[in-house]
Design a protein around this ligand. Structure first.
Ligand code: GLN
Length: 489
C-alpha cells in the first residue's frame, strides 16, 4: 500500500515505529494533491511550505519523546472544509463575499486537532456557505468525483469527501446541516459521521442554520471516525448548545459484536425515485448485518414526507438571519455605494452566488410578518412531530438503516438548474438534523456502470448514541471490503 493510502491508525502505527516521518506523510499528500488537484479541484487554498514546516515540528516532538498515547494524531495531515476557522488560514466558505479574509482564531475543533498533534493544512472546496448537495455552488469552481470526473462528489462537503477518497489527506472535517457529510461520503466511497447535535462544539464553524449545523468527519475507516469523534467531542463553554456530557472512548467500544442489536427499516423510506442499485445494495447490507447477529424489524416514521419542506423552511429562515452579518462593513469584500444601504446591496449583490441569494430570499419570506405563522411556525411544529417519530422508533430499535442518498452520484450540471430536484436528494439525511440525532454513512457497494460509482448505507442512532452506531458500522466494515477499494485517480 502506498503511504498516502493509509488510514489514520495505520499511519500513526508506522510513525510510532519510526518507519515513516510526519514529513514523508505530508509530502505524500502534497504529491498526490499536485498530481490530482488540477482535475478534482478539491483544495482551493494550500500553503505547502507551512504544511511541511508543521510536519517537521511534529517530527521534532516525536524525536523529543512525545507519543500517540498522549497526542493520538501527532504528525497526521488533515484538512478542513472551508467553513471551519483555522487561525491564520484563509476562510472563504466557498464564497466571493469574504474576499481575502484570514481567520484570526481557531475553531474549537481546530484547536483540539492541533492539541492532538494533527497538521491542519489547506482549505477544501464546498458549496457556498454549505448550501447545496453537489459542490457546484462554489465561487471556486466545481469539485469532481474521484471515481468519475464527469460526476459531482456530493455536497456540500464535496471537497472534503473527494480529497479523502483521492488520498490527498488522511481525513477531513466537514459540516452537516442536512446531510452534507454523509451524502458526499456515500458518493465518494468514504465514511461520513454526523455526530448528534451538541456533541461537537460549533464555535468557529461559520453558521448556516444554527439549530441544524454539526461538524462531522470524512475518513477512510470507522475506527478513524471513532478516533476523531473522541478527539473533537465534548462540552465547550464557547458553544452554549454543546452538550455537557462526557465523551465515551469510542474506539474502545468497537468490539465487532452486534448480536441482538435491533435494527429498524423505515417503511416510508422506500420512496419513488429510489434507484434500484441503491436499494439492492442497502438490502444486501441489511442481510449482512443480520448474518452478524443483528435483528431487523420494520418501523414507521410517519412524518417523513414533510421533512424536506420543513427543512427548507427552517434552514433558509436561519440562514437569512445568519448571513446578515456579511454586509461589506465587518468582513472581507466591500463594494462602495452612494450610501450605506447601497453599499450593502452592491456588496451582497456581487458577493453572494445565486443559490445563497435564493435561500436568503426564501428565508426572509417565511419569517416575514404576514407569513411567519403559515410557514416558519408551522415548520417548527412539524419538526417536533419528526423528532417524536424518532423518539418512538428508538424505543423499539437501537439503530435505523436507510440509503444515504436515493441515487448514485449524478452528472455535473444534471440538476444544477432544478433546485427542487436537488433538494429532494436530501430526503434520507435531513430528518436526522431536524431531530438532532446522529448518523453515519459507510460504503456498501458499487454500481454496475463503467466507471463504477460508490454507494453508501446510512445508520441513524438516537441523540448521543454514537457508540452503538460506530459499533455497527465497524462490524460491517471489518467483514466487508468496500471501504478498501481505491478511486481510479
Ligand atoms: N443539501 C442540503 C442543503 O443544501 C444540506 C446542506 C448541508 O448539510 N450543509 O441545505
Amino acid at each position: 500500500m502506498m503511504l498516502h493510502e493509509l488510514t489514520i491508525s495505520e499511519l500513526t502505527t508506522r510513525i510510532g515505529r519510526r518507519e515513516v516521518s510526519a514529513r514523508q506523510a505530508m509530502q505524500a499528500c502534497l504529491d498526490q494533491i499536485h498530481r490530482t488537484n488540477p482535475s478534482l479541484n478539491t483544495f482551493i487554498k494550500l500553503d505547502p511550505e507551512k504544511a511541511l514546516a508543521d510536519a517537521d515540528a511534529a517530527d521534532r516532538a516525536l524525536a523529543a519523546g512525545e507519543s500517540h498515547s498522549k497526542r493520538p494524531l501527532l504528525g497526521v495531515p488533515l484538512a478542513t472544509k472551508d467553513v471551519i476557522a483555522v487561525k491564520d488560514q484563509p476562510l472563504n466558505c466557498g464564497s466571493r463575499i469574504l474576499g481575502d479574509f484570514v481567520s484570526p482564531y481557531d475553531a474549537t475543533v481546530s484547536r483540539k486537532l492541533k492539541e492532538a498533534g494533527a497538521i491542519i493544512f489547506g482549505r477544501l472546496n464546498m458549496d457556498e456557505f454549505a448550501m447545496g448537495s453537489s459542490t457546484e455552488n462554489s465561487a471556486f469552481g466545481v469539485t469532481r468525483n474521484p471515481w468519475d470526473p464527469t460526476r459531482i462528489p456530493g455536497g456540500s462537503s464535496g471537497g472534503s469527501a473527494a480529497a479523502v477518497a483521492a488520498n490527498q489527506c488522511y481525513a477531513a472535517l466537514g459540516s452537516d446541516t442536512g446531510g452534507s457529510v454523509r451524502q458526499p461520503a456515500a458518493f465518494c466511497g468514504c465514511v461520513g459521521l454526523k455526530p448528534s447535535y451538541g456533541r461537537v462544539s460549533r464555535y468557529g464553524l461559520v453558521a448556516y442554520a444554527s439549530s441544524l449545523d454539526q461538524i462531522g468527519s470524512l475518513t477512510k475507516s470507522v475506527p478513524d471516525a471513532a478516533l476523531l469523534l473522541e478527539t473533537l467531542g465534548g462540552h465547550d463553554p464557547l458553544d452554549s448548545t454543546s452538550v455537557p456530557q462526557p465523551v465515551p472512548r469510542f474506539s474502545h467500544e468497537l468490539t465487532g459484536d452486534i448480536r441482538g442489536l435491533r435494527l429498524g427499516i423505515p417503511r416510508e423510506y422506500v420512496v419513488g425515485g429510489l434507484d434500484p442499485e441503491v436499494k439492492a445494495s442497502v438490502d444486501n447490507a441489511v442481510k449482512h448485518l443480520v448474518s452478524l447477529g443483528a435483528e431487523v424489524q420494520e418501523i414507521s416514521l410517519p412524518h417523513t414526507e414533510h421533512a424536506v419542506a420543513t427543512y427548507y423552511i427552517i434552514a433558509t429562515a436561519e440562514a437569512s438571519a445568519n448571513l446578515a452579518r456579511f454586509d461589506g462593513i465587518r468582513y472581507g469584500k466591500r463594494v462602495e455605494g452612494t450610501d450605506v444601504i447601497d453599499l450593502y446591496a452592491r456588496t451582497r449583490g456581487s458577493g453572494f452566488g445565486a443559490e445563497v441569494k435564493r435561500r436568503i430570499i426564501l428565508g426572509t419570506y417565511v419569517l416575514s410578518s404576514g407569513y411567519y405563522d403559515a410557514y416558519y411556525l408551522r415548520a417548527q411544529k412539524v419538526r417536533t412531530l419528526i423528532r417524536s417519530d424518532f423518539t418512538r422508533a428508538f424505543e423499539k430499535v437501537d439503530a435505523i438503516v436507510t440509503p444515504t442518498s436515493p441515487t448514485p452520484p449524478f452528472k455535473i450540471g444534471e440538476k444544477a438548474n432544478d433546485p427542487l430536484q436537488m433538494y429532494l436528494m436530501d430526503i434520507f439525511t435531513i430528518s436526522a438534523n431536524l431531530a438532532g440525532i446522529c448518523g453515519i454513512s459507510i460504503p456498501c457497494g458499487f454500481t454496475a456502470s463503467s466507471p463504477r460509482l460508490p454507494l453508501g448505507v446510512q445508520l441513524l442512532g438516537p441523540a448521543l448514541g454514537e457508540s452503538t452506531l460506530l459499533r455497527i458500522a465497524h462490524a460491517f466494515e471489518s467483514t466487508t471490503d468496500w471501504h478498501r477499494e481505491q478511486a481510479p485517480v
